[in-house]
Design a protein around this ligand. Structure first.
Ligand code: GAL
Length: 357
């Protein structure tokens, strides 16, 4: 009998293709994981934990349906950033129609940070409730004891209900005048987002708010599970989304896009001495042809990954008609007169980063 099961196991074992170790990063190309399958972690971010990088992102399926969540948040691990091991689904959507994260809801731009005090991994994501298009504009939170999950859903909300931004004028507290005042009681709209942990351990949630017209930078509670009740408007009416923030030599840099949905538009860059601003616009970070600058190489920012004192821009080239075919474009951040800039490369290696300005 045992022999029968052994031979049956051999027959049904999936056929795996040996994947050659990859040393180059090829922006825009299919990026195979350890099983030879194109990485499925869109709108993602990377967490470095105990010497291992973990890439979390939206698991998409084929066709237009892939723009909604059918599986959840996928996670991959890597020591060297070029070869990624499939670690499975970190946060799964559910069948329960009463749950916020039921199959068919929208779960976008998930990011994970580690809380040293609670020793928990905390995931935030942009949540749109099933069947409501993009009207919900909520932040979802999930927590895990292990970096790869399973993440346990904690709930969703519009952040900062009943709290004024630190930098809002008295005149703008008029609900007839500003969306931030309109939404004061119910909480602020939260769509495209990222998370950032500062050197002092304080964490921040950056989200496109006010009908996407104004980015908010919102401090998190000590356990990183809730807003702390202190937030700023980044660039009022700046029309910024797709935030990717990083810190270099004590200054904060933020890369964003404009508001054209899945279609690409010119990227933007900003700098500030304090995370709550004031933020100064540094212009389009893309260097290349006018066409490349006009559409950010056909994609949109999602994260900036610090790597040995250098920074890697991570972006998505969306394929909304066949979401699973979305591509990634990772590019080295170079510096030009203290401004972060990116140039297209068909392929590059981490060694190339060392030779950069
Ligand atoms: C983009 C946004 C994506 C997704 C898309 C939906 O502007 O960056 O994350 O929300 O709109 O149209």
């Amino acid at each position: 009998m045992k022999a029968f099961w052994v031979s049956l196991a051999l027959i049904v074992a999936p056929i795996t293709v040996a994947v050659a170790a990859e040393t180059a990063i090829r922006p825009g190309a299919i990026w195979p994981d350890d099983k030879g399958v194109h990485i499925n972690a869109h709108g993602g971010g990377v967490l470095l934990h105990d010497g291992v990088y973990y890439w979390f992102g939206e698991h998409k399926i084929g066709g237009d349906a892939g723009n909604r969540a059918h599986i959840g948040v996928h996670v991959y691990s890597s020591r060297h950033l070029t070869n990624w091991k499939d670690e499975g689904i970190a946060l799964s959507v559910v069948d329960d129609p009463m749950s916020d994260i039921v199959k068919g809801s929208v779960i976008e731009r998930p990011k994970v940070i580690y809380n040293k005090k609670t020793r928990k991994f905390v995931m935030w994501f942009h949540l749109e409730l099933k069947g409501l298009g993009y009207k919900s504009a909520r932040a979802g939170v999930a927590v895990a004891d292990k970096v790869t999950g399973p993440y346990v859903y904690q709930g969703s909300f519009r952040p900062n209900a009943g709290v004024w931004p630190v930098n809002l004028s008295e005149a703008d507290k008029d609900p007839a005048k500003t969306v931030v005042a309109r939404d004061f009681e119910t909480g602020q709209m939260a769509r495209d987002m990222t998370l950032f942990v500062d050197d002092d351990g304080k964490a921040y949630h950056l989200y496109a708010s006010e009908e996407n017209h104004t980015m908010h930078i919102s401090q998190l509670s000590e356990d990183y599970l809730r807003p702390a009740g202190k937030y700023a408007r980044m660039m009022p009416m700046g029309d910024d989304e797709a935030p990717a923030i990083f810190k270099r030599n004590g200054r904060y840099y933020l890369l964003t896009s404009g508001l054209t949905g899945w279609a690409p538009n010119p990227a933007k860059s900003y700098v500030a001495d304090h995370i709550f601003g004031p933020w100064k616009a540094l212009g389009n970070p893309v260097r290349g042809t006018p066409e490349q600058a006009a559409v950010t190489f056909g994609g949109q920012s999602t994260f900036v990954l610090p790597y040995r004192g250098r920074f890697i821009f991570m972006g998505d080239i969306w394929r909304p008609k066949d979401a699973i075919d979305g591509r990634y474009f990772w590019l080295p951040i170079e510096w030009e007169n203290e401004k972060p800039v990116i140039r297209w490369r068909d392929q590059w290696t981490l060694k190339d980063l060392e030779g950069l300005k």
